[in-house]
Design a protein around this ligand. Structure first.
Ligand code: AP5
Length: 200
């Protein structure tokens, strides 16, 4: 199963992807985590991306497509993966479709976590408070505003892209974490039983 977890910053993509990894053994492929690891390690890639990420803008498509393809070819993705924070633009979605097609696979399901902006802002403010002074460089009220604007401009159009492919399911991301997990599990089990998604 290749699952795309989709939603604005703070919608719970990372939280739910980790749970899927722990409970279902589905590897979490988070472009945000990979880029932050590159920054922490001081690699050329990290140096190139740091200022972009810190400002809340998107790293160029070819960079994230490259790191995803490299990561996806590792053995733990033999049965698929959870894509967390990727794709984020139409060209990235097209590149993912092409990459999977080249390996005889496809995106099986896209789960959108729907959360109101005010709740997202509250969650990130809470995360900043709980960080004990070592918050993510892009977790500031100003940068979050930009990350949200970038989401609506560049990433939200993917909703129509995946709807058209009949792959999109929207889950209420404002419910408590365990309830969101249950809602995702029920979609995954339905797809698992039927072999495909019956929208509606
Ligand atoms: P990325 O790391 O992907 O960050 P993001 O999308 O902004 O998302 P977050 O990690 O802030 O939130 P999340 O949805 O994972 O929610 P979380 O589970 O953490 O990307 C960072 C940057 O990297 C981008 O801005 C860009 O520059 C670059 N980048 C990454 N991918 C890229 C790509 N494909 N192309 C180009 N550039 C790319 O939850 C948030 C908080 O809420 C947590 O504290 C959590 O405990 C809490 N929470 C979660 N669920 C719930 C719930 N149901 N109820 C209450 N609280 C909850």
């Amino acid at each position: 199963m290749n699952l795309v977890l989709f939603g604005p910053p703070g919608s719970g993509k990372g939280t739910q992807a980790k749970i899927l990894q722990e409970r279902r053994g589905m590897p979490q492929l988070s472009t945000g985590d990979m880029l932050r690891a590159a920054i922490a390690a001081g690699t050329e890639l990290g140096k190139k991306c740091k200022a972009i990420i810190d400002s809340g803008e998107l790293v160029p498509d070819e960079i994230v497509v490259g790191i995803i393809a490299e990561r996806y070819d590792r053995p733990d993705c033999a049965n698929g993966a959870v894509f967390d924070g990727f794709p984020r633009t139409i060209p990235q979605a097209e590149a993912l479709d092409a990459m999977l097609k080249g390996r005889g696979r496809k995106v099986d399901l896209v789960i959108e976590l729907k959360v109101d902006d005010a709740v997202l802002i509250g969650r990130v403010e809470q995360r900043i408070k709980e960080s004990g002074g070592i918050a993510r460089a892009d977790d500031t009220p100003e940068t979050l505003k930009n990350r949200l604007a970038v989401y609506y401009k560049n990433t939200a159009p993917l909703i129509a892209y995946y709807k058209k492919q009949g792959k999109l399911v929207t889950v209420d991301g404002m419910a408590p974490i365990e309830e969101v997990t249950k809602a995702i599990a029920s979609v995954l089990d339905r797809v698992g039983r039927k072999g495909c998604l019956e929208v509606g």
